[in-house]
Ligand binder design. Structure first.
Ligand SMILES: [Mn+2]
Length: 299
């Protein structure tokens, strides 16, 4: 598994790559085959890492110094070939990378790449944590059983979570098909629609009741944010979450839940703005501080 020890690849926060001795592995998935509208998510991981060089290692909100942890950035063995894999083979490749990370006793933070990359990490974690729950920040329900011929299209990720018996909490929803809406009704799912929750925190308590006591996987599709906050994403749906909507929720999750893995997906960089990749890099630093900083406040 190649790491950022190769000088041409950016490291996380500009820190030296710790290789095998890392506490946390950043697993890159440069993949954008099934996305249907704006393309470019395959360049997301590189852009996020490049932006991370300009992120302070001192995390001001938590007072955590990210330099006190060791990071390794991992890429698929053959990145060019990886981009061309069918979704099913791509998911397999990601699962095996994430199994290596977990076998090494490291925490995995996945970087996409379109949202379909998430299933590999989810499957690796679900094997070790059968009662795994998922917190999904996303504009979309992603509950289609299959889309454009694949069950691992990026529009199907939540359908795969449910199929594997995971409880899912979806936050920031504002777009779905009639069939997905009917499934929500039928299965009694309770997505947190963006129009009901932006600017509010009262719903956090309900989420905690669902997630506390379970190992939690947090998957962030950056289109959960409002497009004015993250313009560089494949399907920029209006009416999304603010920076503080997302970070307050994740901070609360970090204080009360056992987060066993996370990812950030659907960063599709634009030539004309660095806003989105910098936000994504900053979000990565916050998630690490909230979820995994040794000695962080917990209750
Ligand atoms: Mn989405």
């Amino acid at each position: 598994m190649p790491t950022s020890n190769t000088p041409s690849l950016p490291t996380f926060l500009g820190l030296p790559d710790a290789g095998e001795s890392a506490d946390l592995a950043i697993v890159c998935a440069p993949y954008d085959l099934t996305s249907t509208y704006g393309k470019g998510a395959d360049t997301g991981p590189h852009a996020l890492l490049t932006a991370s060089r300009s992120v302070e290692t001192w995390e001001e909100e938590t007072g955590f110094d990210l330099e006190s942890m060791r990071y390794s950035v991992r890429w698929p063995e053959d990145s060019a070939g990886f981009r061309q894999l069918a979704p099913e083979a791509m998911v397999q490749a990601m699962q095996s990378l994430h199994e290596q990370v977990l076998d090494a006793g490291q925490i995995g933070l996945g970087l996409g790449g379109e949202h379909s990359i998430t299933y590999g990490q989810f499957a690796a974690l679900k094997e070790r944590h059968p009662d795994l729950s998922v917190l999904q920040i996303d504009a979309h329900l992603d509950l289609r059983d299959s889309y454009e011929g694949s069950r691992h299209n990026h529009a199907c990720i939540a359908a795969r979570f449910l199929e594997d018996g995971a409880d899912i909490v979806q936050v920031g929803t504002r777009s779905c098909s009639r069939e997905e809406a009917e499934l929500v009704e039928r299965q009694g799912l309770t997505p947190y629609w963006a129009r009901h929750i932006t600017g509010r925190v009262a719903y956090h308590r309900e989420i905690l009741e669902r997630l506390a006591g379970h190992p939690v996987f947090v998957t962030v599709d950056l289109d959960g944010f409002d497009p004015s906050v993250v313009p560089a994403t494949g399907t920029p749906e209006p009416g999304g979450l603010t920076w503080f909507d997302v970070t307050r929720l994740l901070a609360m999750i970090g204080r009360h839940c056992n987060v066993v893995g996370a990812d950030i997906t659907e960063l599709a960089p634009h030539d004309n703005s660095r806003t989105s990749e910098f936000l994504a890099a900053r979000l990565a630093s916050k998630m690490i501080a909230y979820f995994w900083a040794p000695g962080r406040p917990q209750s």
